[in-house]
Ligand binder design. Sequence first.
Ligand code: ADP
Length: 189
Amino acid sequence: MLNLVLFGPPGAGKGTQSAKLIEKYQLIHISTGDMFRMHISNDTELGKRVKQILADGMLVPDSITIDMLEEEVKKNPAAKGFIFDGFPRTVAQAEALDVYLESNGQQINGVVQLDVTQDEIKTRIAERQKVSGRADDGADKLLTRIDEYFSKTIHVLPYYEAQNKVTKVNGIGNIEEIFTNVCTAIDSL
Ligand code: ADP
C-alpha cells in the first residue's frame, strides 16, 4: 500500500494535486474538509455539529475528526492506498493515524509538504472565494484558518520529520510543474 499525507496551509493546492495524484497512482483521496462539507450539505448529525466550527475557520475537535476519518478508511478495504488531504492537522491526529494504520499492518509512507508563502495563500483564497463562495474563504475567517495552521497544524511537520518522512516541494508555479515535482518525491520514496 502507498499511504501519503499531502501537507500544507489552506490554499496550498492540496486538493488540486490530490485530484491528479489519485488518477496517476490509483489511490483513494480522503479530504476531511470535503467530508465535513458533504455532511453539512446533507444536514447530517455530524454536519450539524461542525457547521459553525467550519464557518468560523476553527479546527473541528480531534475526536470527531479521527472517528470520521477511520470510518472512511474502513469503507475502502481493497484500496491500493490513500492520500490524506487536510488530515492530520494536529499532532494528536497524526498519532492516532499512526496507531490506526499500525493496527492494520500499515503505515504512512511519505509526507509531501507543499511550500507556499502567506502572501500567495491570501491571493489564491481571495480568487477561490469568487468561485467557491465558501464562507470560510472570507478575509476574516481566512486569518483564523491561518492562525489555526500556525498554532496547531505546523507541529505535525516535526512529528513526521522525526520519522524521516517529509519531502518539501515548491508549491508556487504552474500546476503541472508542481505535479511533476510531487510525483518525483513520491517515486523516490
Ligand atoms: P483548507 O482550504 O483550509 O485546506 P479544508 O477544506 O481542508 O480547507 O478544511 C476546511 C475546514 O474543515 C477547516 O478549516 C476545519 O474547520 C475543518 N477541518 C478539515 N480537516 C480537519 C482536521 N483534520 N481537523 C480539524 N478540522 C478539520
